[in-house]
Design a protein around this ligand. Structure first.
Ligand code: PEP
Length: 257
């Protein structure tokens, strides 16, 4: 089965490798992946290696349709921010964009909505595509706070993005209880949350909301992807564990395009 995103949006399947893959492993992955996804041209394909493997992955993927994204970025261009990497530094490597606001960075490394309100426009200004992650905890879902959480994150994190540029931001709805747990949101839960996110963007610009790609993330596998990716508002997936193996990642890409 193949699926397609709504309103002319090109779906994106992006693999978040987290803290996995050395340079040699990243190059090997791209070599193995390229022939497996060669037949699919209706879906954008992205991989998000750790920082040391970014440039080698960009080089290995050059001339192919595989886009390379970082997993994090600081909002300032330079300064006394030990351990951080700036937008121009990423741009120089030839990456396409960067994940921002992943729940692991929010929970384990204190990334705040206040910082994200600067990171998202900083990425756009540098010519990088931000993949902004949002999502509720299990506790928030159980207490009926999912929409409140999503509204807070979307409104705050996108506050400084000019309305006419909202469509350039990729949003990943990642319920935290589904990340790395093997628990996948039901199609109804994912569709409802993603339609809600799109409606929040539409509050600022109806036209841009139609352009904005909203992905699902959370234990997506080659098996679970088809039902989710067929839903009208879901424009692809951010994939963690199942993106580490070229075969399973390619199966998800090919099920989409
Ligand atoms: C992620 O880290 O963004 C993710 C969705 O991970 P997993 O697919 O392993 O749940």
């Amino acid at each position: 089965m193949s699926t397609s995103a709504g309103a002319g949006r090109t779906p994106l399947i992006a693999g978040n490798w987290k803290m996995h893959k050395t340079i040699a492993e990243a190059k090997g992955f791209i070599e193995a992946l390229l022939p497996l996804v060669a037949a699919t041209d209706r879906v954008d394909v992205g991989v998000c290696p750790p920082f040391p493997a970014l440039k080698p992955t960009v080089d290995a993927a050059r001339g192919s349709r595989v886009q390379v994204f970082a997993q994090n970025m600081h909002q300032e261009e330079h300064g006394a921010f030990t351990g951080e990497v700036s937008p121009p530094m990423l741009l120089e490597l030839g990456v396409h964009g960067t994940i921002v606001g992943h729940s692991e960075r929010r929970e384990l490394f204190g990334e705040t909505d206040r910082a994200l309100a600067q990171k998202v426009p900083a990425a756009l200004d540098a010519g990088l595509t931000p993949i902004l992650c949002v999502g509720e905890t299990e506790e928030e879902r159980e207490s009926g706070d999912t929409e409140r959480k999503l509204r807070h994150q979307i409104q705050e994190d996108l506050a400084r993005v000019p309305a006419e540029r909202l469509g350039e931001v990729v949003i990943a709805y990642e319920p935290i209880w589904a990340i790395g747990t093997g628990l996948v949101a039901t199609p109804e839960q994912a569709q409802e949350a993603i339609a809600f996110i799109r409606a929040l963007v539409a509050d600022r610009s109806r036209e841009q909301a139609e352009r904005t790609r909203v992905l699902y993330g959370g234990s997506v596998t080659a098996e679970s992807c088809q039902e989710l990716l067929a839903l009208p508002d879901i424009d692809g997936a951010l994939v963690g564990g199942a993106s580490l193996d070229p075969e399973s990642f390619a199966t998800i890409v090919n099920a989409t395009g």
